[in-house]
Design a protein around this ligand. Structure first.
Ligand code: URA
Length: 318
């Protein structure tokens, strides 16, 4: 029963992250949930022991902040996107903190030559870009992509976080460690792929803690730098990690839902694009089901890029 409840909770969280705010539950299902809940022990993974009735508010749990049951059951979860939306409002309404205006992308040209000299030239341009540098807190670094310039797979994340802006390298924090594990599970090494981000700087916040998604203008400023890296590396497949990466690459579309677009081949500038969940999402809501979804996406990438998938790999997270 506990497993069943955990699955329901995870599915609700996943759907909430994808933007769904309400679900409908029939009276019959509601009464079954109630009788299941009343027989469950209280504990870390349990739900409140009190049975639910219409208009019942359940006390907040750790990541499920509020579940409100109204006449037609509305389940409202505090998903990262909700939290981010609230934070955005707060930032925008906070007179002490303004996101600096972003100019149009700075035009640049790369020298002719081999991949390494073009990549080095691009790296110098990005690391020296005054707009990128202007957004850094003292002592922090502009972050440029890393990896194999002949990689078949180009992972594209969102933006540097606290660890990345210290080290000046993408995906070196907890999410990065998970990404590295995913890459190893594919039977390849981190050094076999290329890893970049939509953003070259960490979107600023009034505090040094937390992250916020980049604005459209911020993403538009950095996009030419990402595109140039993709052009130099010339990968067979780009993997967009999370919705911000998708928005950065394909343009913001508020009606886009992760559950609908992930696991399907899309296209970015004529290249195969696989969309999957961001490793941070897995760190927060890493149910076996969600891990399996990401893994299925990675198996598609492996197949498309000619990486053999063993029987053992096929059964991961089943
Ligand atoms: N998340 C990202 O999207 N990129 C990073 O570099 C680190 C965390």
């Amino acid at each position: 029963m506990r497993e069943a409840w955990k699955s329901i909770r995870e599915e609700l969280l996943r759907r909430s992250v994808e933007g769904e705010e309400f679900i409908s539950i029939s009276d019959d299902s509601m009464s079954r949930i109630n009788s299941a809940l009343s027989s469950m022990p209280k504990g870390e993974d349990s739900v409140p022991g009190e049975p639910l009735t219409g208009n019942k508010r359940i006390p907040p749990q750790d990541d499920v902040k509020e579940i409100e049951f109204a006449s037609e059951i509305n389940i409202s979860l505090d998903s990262p996107s909700d939290a981010m939306r609230r934070k955005k409002v707060l930032i925008n309404g906070n007179s002490d903190f303004k996101i600096a205006p972003i100019p149009s992308p700075t035009p640049f040209t790369l020298p002719d030559g081999d991949k390494i000299s073009r990549w080095n030239a691009l790296r110098d341009i990005v690391l020296g870009d005054p707009v990128c540098k202007e957004h850094l807190k003292p002592g922090k670094k502009v972050v440029f992509g890393v990896g194999n310039l002949d990689a078949k797979i180009f992972f594209c994340g969102e933006a540097p976080g606290a660890d990345e802006e210290i080290q000046g390298e993408p995906f070196v924090g907890r999410a990065g460690q998970l990404l590295t594990k995913i890459i190893s599970a594919m039977g390849i090494a981190r050094g076999d792929v290329y890893i970049g981000n939509i953003m070259n700087w960490r979107p600023e916040l009034p505090t040094s803690r937390g992250n916020r998604p980049p604005t459209e203008e911020e993403m538009a400023y950095c996009l030419p730098y990402l595109k140039a890296q993709i052009e130099i590396v010339n990968p067979q497949v780009v993997v967009a990690l999370g919705m911000t990466a998708v928005n950065g690459l394909l343009g913001v579309d508020p009606s886009r839902r992760m559950g609908k677009v992930r696991g399907k081949w899309a296209s970015f500038e004529g290249r195969d694009l696989m969309i999957t969940y961001h490793p941070s999402f897995l760190l927060q809501y890493g149910s076996k089901t969600t891990k399996r979804l990401v893994w299925e996406d990675m198996m598609l990438v492996m197949e498309r890029t000619g990486i053999p998938v063993s029987e053992k790999q096929r059964s991961f997270f089943l």
